[in-house]
Design a protein around this ligand. Structure first.
Ligand SMILES: Cc1cc2nc3c(=O)[nH]c(=O)nc-3n(C[C@H](O)[C@H](O)[C@H](O)COP(=O)(O)OP(=O)(O)OC[C@H]3O[C@@H](n4cnc5c(N)ncnc54)[C@H](O)[C@@H]3O)c2cc1C
Length: 392
């Protein structure tokens, strides 16, 4: 009998596994794949907070970024810059494997090629597809990603497990195009709530991707049209194509039931504005591990509910702000976006964002822009009032 049995050896599940093993508990991880982390389904962009919330060995970092270029539909550009690295693009496959190794080194037992098919929510007994294993855990953790079997069993409303599609190309460019210190983000009204990203790995290679409410085929077409429309990309070559899903965050999603808890993408712990899930997932892994320790030591699984309470409390304000920003983005036309970029530049927002912007905690910047009156100048009154209501 394991103290905790984790379904899914993704980065969030293995981070939680490491924390629990380090606390001295007996930990099992069940993974359906033959190799952890493969195939790549991520842009691998991590805000600087990563250094506070998890291990990140230097060999995993491909490139640090000091800022971003943001492009409006008609190519008005905002440049946001910092003195120190604000983000990193990582070898995500290598990172997943590194985190799994660290969990195993700490004492967790990893079982590959075991596909969890079902779970009995009352007893916490899980069923493996090939039926060979009889795994048992006092606490079961669903860290099995966006299409979580465990979430489907404990979430009352199936729509709370919804996801958006994401598509990404690895692109080679014939000539040096990039200042590799910056990521490039392109906004169009038609892609909202998603946007196009270009993340340089070298000055002639980038990850170019998009997420949104379209299917994979349409997202691929949007990306190709975008690449073809830029003269400077002439002669580009798509080296690889990737696809994946990004869960939609829902404030009402239940993440604890009996002795079962959800973590990471399975819990829809992603930032609504960017779809990024790693930093938030890692923060939640720590909360979940501390709560599980308490529950196991007191032999009382009811204490697991505390994980959900702390999670909601810690992220409430940030997620509310991001949902509002997303709602505003979805309501704007291309003309509105162009107008907003022009106004932002006029109002000196590049400096404000450069000085106060943070990839993972966006609410302080939005609040500051509201306080300085910038939001009222760039947004239609009704939308600006909506944002201000967040702090009333
Ligand atoms: C195209 C794309 C780009 C992205 N870019 C970024 C980015 O730049 N930055 C960022 O922070 N986030 C990004 N994300 C999101 C990020 O990849 C996820 O938030 C992150 O992978 C979540 O980690 P996880 O451990 O919760 O789940 P996952 O990484 O999905 O891991 C889940 C694991 O569970 C296993 N599993 C699933 N079902 C079962 C089962 N039934 N039985 C056993 N095992 C099972 C899977 O095989 C997998 O190994 C991106 C996502 C996509 C799709």
């Amino acid at each position: 009998m394991y103290d905790v049995l984790i379904v899914g050896a993704g980065p969030v599940g293995t981070t939680y596994a490491r924390y629990m093993a380090e606390k001295g508990f007996k930990v099992g991880i069940i993974e359906k794949k033959t190799r952890v982390g493969v195939p790549l389904q991520c842009a691998g962009l991590l805000g600087k907070q990563i250094k506070e919330v998890n291990l990140l060995p230097p060999e995993i970092i491909i490139n640090p970024f000091y800022g971003a270029y943001l492009y409006s539909p008609s190519n008005h550009i905002l440049k946001v810059s910092k003195n120190k690295p604000e983000a990193f693009v990582v070898d995500r496959v290598g990172y997943d494997q590194y985190l799994a190794e660290k969990a195993v080194e700490a004492g967790a037992e990893l079982y590959l090629k075991n596909n969890v098919r079902d779970i009995d929510v009352k007893s916490g007994q899980i069923e493996i597809k090939n039926g060979l294993n009889n795994f048992k855990g006092k606490v079961i953790v669903g860290a099995d990603g966006h299409n979580s079997v465990i979430a489907s069993k404990i979430t009352a409303q199936p729509q709370l497990n919804n996801s958006l599609h994401a598509a990404q190309f690895l692109v080679d460019f014939p000539k040096d195009l990039f200042d590799t210190n910056y990521v490039h983000l392109q906004a169009y009204a038609s892609t909202a709530p998603g946007f196009i990203w270009m993340i340089p790995l070298t000055n002639t290679q980038a990850r170019v991707g998009i997420f949104g409410s379209y299917n994979y085929y349409t997202l691929n077409e949007i990306l190709k049209t975008y690449m073809d429309s830029k003269l400077k990309f002439n002669g580009y070559k798509i080296v690889k194509k990737y696809q994946g899903k990004i869960p939609v965050y829902h404030s009402k999603k239940e993440i604890v039931k009996n002795n079962i808890l959800l973590l990471g993408d399975a819990a829809s712990q992603v930032k609504p504005t960017t779809g990024g899930g790693l930093i938030m997932g890692f923060k939640c892994a720590q909360i979940a591990a501390d709560t599980t320790e308490k529950a196991l030591e007191n032999d009382d699984v009811n204490l697991l509910k505390e994980y959900e309470t702390i999670y909601r409390k810690n992220f409430k304000s940030e997620l509310k702000t991001q949902l509002m920003v997303q709602k505003i983005f979805k309501s704007l036309s291309d003309d509105d976006l162009d107008h907003m970029f022009i106004k932002l530049k006029e109002e000196g927002a590049e400096d404000v964002i450069s000085d106060h912007g943070e990839m993972d905690d966006q609410s302080p910047l939005v609040k500051l822009m509201f306080k300085r009156g910038i939001l009222f100048k760039i947004l239609p009154k009704i939308l600006a009032r909506g944002v201000s209501s967040l702090w009333k």
